[in-house]
Design a protein around this ligand. Structure first.
Ligand SMILES: [Zn+2]
Length: 143
């Protein structure tokens, strides 16, 4: 079972309330998600929680059949997902935020070429239930 680090308790508690929190640097204004204790731009540790909203822009779709092979990190995470719906990996960003990698739902072999041709596209936050009793954040492409 996936172990929860105490430092991220606020983050996971907010997910239970349907909120995705990032960190906003109080010195340079940079917004980072997922949350980190130090600003990646200026090195400041003066960061405050910041509501990231419920949508992000998807810049890149990395499609592969996760049931067969794929990135080890994500294959491992997948074992902890309660929902076994296939997903792919995306590179995206929240408005004003950094690039991230995350799970992306709603892409399949039939629509992958079409979706890639539409990039960048908007996707909704998808709360992924983990078998440890908490949630993780992925995204779902709108139809
Ligand atoms: Zn900063």
């Amino acid at each position: 079972m996936f172990k929860l680090r105490p430092i991220l308790k606020t983050y996971y508690d907010a997910l239970e309330e349907g909120k995705v929190l990032g960190m906003k640097c109080q010195e340079c204004g940079d917004v980072v998600w997922r949350p980190l204790p130090t600003c990646q731009k200026c090195g400041s540790t003066d960061l405050e929680w910041f509501d990231m909203g419920d949508e992000a822009t998807i810049d890149e779709i990395i499609f592969e059949n996760t049931n067969l092979k794929g990135d080890y990190t994500f294959a491992k995470a997948n074992q902890n997902f309660v929902n076994k719906e296939p997903y792919c990996i995306c590179v995206g960003h929240f408005e004003g935020g950094n690039l991230f990698h995350a799970a992306l739902y709603g892409v399949n072999e039939d629509n992958v070429d079409e979706k890639i041709s539409m990039l960048p596209i908007t996707a909704k936050v998808e709360f992924i239930q983990m078998d440890g009793g908490f949630k993780s954040v992925g995204f779902r492409i709108k139809d």
